[in-house]
Design a protein around this ligand. Sequence first.
Ligand code: ADP
Ligand code: MG
Length: 259
Amino acid sequence: ISKSGWDRAPSGHRPVAGELPLADVQLRDLKKSFGSVDVIHGVDLSIESGEFAVFVGPSGCGKSTLLRLVAGLEEASGGTVAIGSEDVTRVEPADRGVAMVFQSYALYPHMTVEENMGFGLKMTGANPEMVRERVHKAAEILHLEQLLQRKPKQLSGGQRQRVAIGRAIVREPKVFLFDEPLSNLDAELRVKMRLEIAKLHNDLGATMIYVTHDQVEAMTLADKIVVLRAGRIEQAGAPLDLYSDPDNLFVAGFIGSPK
Ligand code: ADP
Ligand code: MG
């Protein structure tokens, strides 16, 4: 990828020259049950190309399961997942064009930053020169250039989280998926990383789906908030619309209540 691919177009939401892949996400009547327990009850949702969507809701409402269905880490019990124009419902996770950002403790402790960031791409069979190039590009974006030879334990919490994000960038996914990536950081660092993630979305223009139970994170990051309750969407819309015009008391209580 050339450097220009990471720059933003002057007018649109899309990066220059369209070098980075970009796709919308469409969920249609998506269902998941574990054994006899229905966890996701037939979700319909459209996420536009370049949109930052946030799934929010109380613990156990199905946020992670819904994200994992998009990633292909859970098999749908019914309905479809489409990414771009492709129905990926039965496609393997590695072939969906998505990358998941895990919490920073998921880094491999025995590998350097460079090896951690390149590992996923290397596993797909990419040649070493390409892996190296992409890792260095991602390191530049995340200001990790000076830290590539360190091991995770030699990094601060914020640096570790940036490495976890770097692993996803290196894959050049059409869709970035985040599952509560900041929940094991202290409050101050969480605010800092939240700003970095907002900047990353702005710089890359990529479609992102972000799971959190933190209303403040949802309000500040989202183009679209999706409020989930017991495996169903209560309401989806722009943060201010949900805030000022909630469909029901649950949404009002959840978005309106200060944390
Ligand atoms: P959230 O991320 O919103 O906290 P989850 O998606 O993790 O919620 O879980 C939703 C529901 O599905 C919970 O009741 C949880 O116990 C259940 N669940 C999640 N994964 C599994 C699994 N692998 N097997 C059985 N039940 C599961
Ligand atoms: Mg979860």
